[in-house]
Write a protein that binds this ligand. Structure first.
Ligand code: GLA
Length: 392
C-alpha cells in the first residue's frame, strides 16, 4: 500500500492545493471461498475481503462541482452537484460514480462538491469484485466527506449499491459482493444468509496452508448477459418447483424437489444451486474442525458443479484448477466469482507456495501464450477510512 504522502503527491498532480485536507478511503476486493451463484438464490455464501482494493483520495471543493479522475483513465470528469446523472453506455466506468451519486442524492440528499482521485491495485474484470469495491468506495467517501452525523449502516449501504448495479448499470447481481466489501473483517470469512441478510464472521485461519488466488488474466466478454441468463434460468426452475411445493427460494429446494424440473438445462442449473448450498455448510464444519483436506475436497466438488451443471467455467479456469488439483501440495481448487474468466483459488501448503506457482504458471503460459497471475490471499478488514495506523 502507498503511504499517505505518496497518496498526497499523486493527488496534487491532478488537483491544485486548497486549504482543505485530503482524506483516503479504502474498499477491499473480495474472494468467494464457497457459495457460488448462491446469493441471488437466497442461500448462504462465504466470501472474505482481501488486501487489494480500491482507494479514493478526496478533498472538499468550495464550489458546486465534483471533479473525478481515475489513475487508469486519462479523462477527468466534472459534474455539477445539481446535475441529474443518467446512464450512458459511452461513459464506461464513469457510470458507477454516476449511479452511486444519483442514488445518494435521491435517497439521502447526500451530495458534496469534491475532488476525487481513484487508485486501485485490484485487477479489474477478474472475479474479485472490482466494480462492487468501486461502488462502495464511492458511496462511503461521499457520505463521510459530507460529515453526516447519522451513523452509516454498512449493510444498508451495501444493499443500496447492489440496487445501483441492478437498476442503473443493468447487471442482476446478488448481494454477496457489496456485503462482503462492506462487512468483512481481518482474518475472518463472512457467513452471510442472502435471504435474511443476517451474517456472522467466522475465523479463517488456514494453519500450514495458503489460499492462493490464480488470475487467468482472460479478458471477460459477454459476462453480463450470461450472468443475467443464469439468474433467469434459476427463477424459472424455482417457479416449476413452486407449482407443487411451498418454497421461497431455490436454495431451500431438496434433491427430491429437483425432480419436478423436467427441462434438463434448468435441472442442471438448480442441481448446482442445491449442491453448492450444501457445500457451504460442509465448509463451515471443515473450517471449524480445521480439516483442510476436507475443505480442499469441497472446493474440488464446487468446481466440478460450476463446470458441468452451472456451465460458467472456461478453458483457462479449468487449466489453472486442474493443474492445481493435480499438484501434490494442493488439497483443492475451484473457480471463484461469476466465472467465464477471472480467478480461481487453490488451497496450497505454504511451504510449497513458490514451487506451486512456478509449475502452474509455466503450464498456463505454455498453453495460452500469455501469463496468469498469482497472489496469496491476505484477508483484510472491510470498507473504511485510512488513518495513521493503516500506513504503518
Ligand atoms: C458475481 C455477482 C455476485 C455473485 C457471484 C457469483 O460476483 O456480482 O452477486 O452472484 O457473481 O457467486
Amino acid at each position: 500500500m502507498k503511504t499517505y504522502s505518496e497518496f498526497q503527491q499523486l493527488f496534487e498532480k491532478y488537483f491544485p492545493a486548497n486549504e482543505e485536507s485530503m482524506r483516503v478511503f479504502f474498499a477491499p476486493g473480495r474472494v468467494n471461498i464457497i457459495g457460488e451463484h448462491i446469493d441471488y438464490n437466497g442461500g448462504l455464501v462465504m466470501p472474505a475481503g482481501i488486501t487489494q482494493g480500491v482507494y479514493i483520495m478526496a478533498r472538499k471543493r468550495h464550489d458546486e462541482q465534483i471533479h473525478i479522475q481515475s489513475l487508469f483513465s486519462p479523462l477527468q470528469k466534472i459534474w455539477n452537484i445539481q446535475d441529474s446523472l443518467q446512464y450512458d453506455e459511452n461513459d464506461d466506468w464513469l457510470n458507477y460514480p454516476k449511479g452511486i451519486f444519483q442514488m445518494l442524492k435521491e435517497k439521502y440528499n447526500c451530495m458534496s462538491a469534491l475532488d476525487m482521485l481513484i487508485y486501485s491495485d485490484l485487477p479489474t474484470a477478474s472475479g474479485l469484485s472490482s466494480s462492487a469495491a468501486l461502488e462502495l468506495a464511492l458511496a462511503y467517501t461521499m457520505w463521510q466527506m459530507q460529515g453526516r452525523s447519522t451513523p452509516l449502516d454498512l449493510l444498508t449501504l451495501a444493499v443500496d449499491c447492489q440496487q445501483v448495479e441492478n437498476k442503473f448499470i443493468g447487471v442482476q447481481c446478488g448481494i454477496m459482493d457489496q456485503a462482503a466489501i462492506a462487512l468483512t473483517q481481518k482474518d475472518k470469512a463472512l457467513l452471510l444468509n442472502c435471504s435474511s441478510l443476517t451474517f456472522k464472521h467466522i475465523p479463517f485461519t488456514l494453519g500450514a496452508y495458503t489460499l492462493v488466488i490464480m488470475n487467468t488474466n482472460k479478458p471477460r466478454s459477454l459476462i453480463h448477459s450470461a450472468f443475467n441468463e443464469r439468474r433467469s434460468q434459476c427463477e424459472k426452475a424455482l417457479q416449476l418447483i413452486q407449482t407443487k411445493c411451498d418454497i421461497k427460494n431455490l436454495c431451500e429446494a431438496s434433491e427430491e424437489q429437483l425432480e419436478l424440473i423436467s427441462d434438463p438445462l434448468l435441472y442442471k442449473r438448480a442441481k448446482h444451486v442445491v449442491s453448492e448450498s450444501a457445500r457451504v455448510l460442509q465448509m463451515c464444519v471443515a473450517l471449524e474442525k480445521n480439516n483442510l483436506i476436507s475443505a480442499g475436497e469441497i472446493l474440488n466438488q464446487s468446481h466440478h458443479s460450476l463446470r458441468h451443471d452451472y456451465e460458467v467455467s472456461c478453458a483457462e479456469l479449468n487449466e489453472l484448477v486442474f493443474k492445481a488439483q493435480a499438484h501434490p501440495h494442493c488439497v483443492g481448487a475451484r473457480m471463484t466469482g461469476a466465472g467465464f474468466g477471472g480467478c480461481a483459488i487453490a488451497l496450497v501448503e505454504t511451504a510449497f507456495y513458490d514451487s506451486f506457482v512456478e509449475v502452474i504458471a509455466k503450464a498456463y503460459h505454455l498453453k495460452f501464450k500469455y501469463p496468469a497471475s498469482f497472489y496469496p490471499a491476505e484477508i483484510s478488514a472491510g470498507l473504511r477510512e485510512l488513518f495513521i495506523n493503516d500506513y504503518l
